[in-house]
Design a protein around this ligand. Structure first.
Ligand SMILES: Cc1cc2nc3c(=O)[nH]c(=O)nc-3n(C[C@H](O)[C@H](O)[C@H](O)COP(=O)(O)O)c2cc1C
Length: 215
């Protein structure tokens, strides 16, 4: 990965609608996405992978009135992702997480397994009742997955632009997402830049002395 190149380029806002990500690259991205770690291994996400023109149109048409500007990005992207996050953590979800950990042989030692499950429940209880940020905490995990996806896409030779400009109620309704116990956190457009329309101006970021404290 060429970090110097990466740190000097704008996020892609205009995609070349004639180019499609090769299936093997997409599958590798999805394998990578699946491997992303989450706090307490909570795995609060479900991802919608939109490849067909109809699915992308359905998303573009349901961004909400004030976010029309993003519809062209989705329509011209090779693929669009809807990153959704659980709205809460019912026992059935924890049972699934612990069941999968058992099936994968994560804790062969029963004492360690019991300790892990106790600690996980305790941490979730803190989030829910003391910090009162259970959903927000889970969405932070989603943002980390989003960041990892952006980097992985570059490594695979295409671009991934996160899009916060959408109305979650509208997207949830269009894709019946709340019925699954999830809600939309962020969207991503994946594909290849339209070089003609790429921003050519300078990148604007705070200077290093404004950003870092060395101690
Ligand atoms: C989490 C996140 C969400 C974003 N959402 C949108 C969006 O909805 N629409 C858009 O055009 N750009 C979006 N952007 C792009 C940012 O506005 C852009 O990266 C920032 O203004 C810096 O501009 P630059 O990448 O050209 O340097 C988003 C970027 C991030 C990191």
């Amino acid at each position: 990965m060429d970090l110097d190149k990466l740190m000097n380029q704008h996020l892609t806002r205009a995609f070349d609608g004639s180019k499609t990500i090769p299936d093997e690259s997409l599958q590798q991205l999805l394998r990578f996405l699946r491997s992303a770690p989450t706090s307490t291994n909570i795995q609060p996400n479900h991802f919608y992978v939109l490849a067909s023109a109809e699915a992308k149109r359905q998303l573009a048409d349901n961004l909400g009135e004030r976010f029309q500007d993003n519809s062209g990005k989705i329509l011209n992207a090779s693929h669009a992702l809807i990153l959704t996050t659980r709205a809460d953590v019912p026992d059935s979800h924890l049972d699934e997480v612990f069941g999968k950990e058992d099936a994968d042989g994560r804790f062969p030692d029963p004492a360690k397994r019991a300790m892990w499950q106790y600690m996980t429940r305790d941490f979730l209880s803190l989030r829910n009742y003391a910090y009162k940020d259970l959903n927000h905490w889970m969405e932070k995990q989603t943002y980390m997955v989003m960041g990892m996806t952006m980097m992985a896409a570059v490594e695979l030779g295409f671009d991934a632009t996160p899009l916060e400009g959408f109305d979650p109620t509208s997207v949830d309704k269009a894709f019946k997402i709340r019925e699954t116990g999830h809600t939309t956190t962020v969207l991503m457009a994946l594909g290849y830049p339209d070089r003609e329309k790429a921003y050519k101006g300078p990148i604007s970021r705070f200077e290093a002395d404004r950003l870092f404290t060395f101690m």
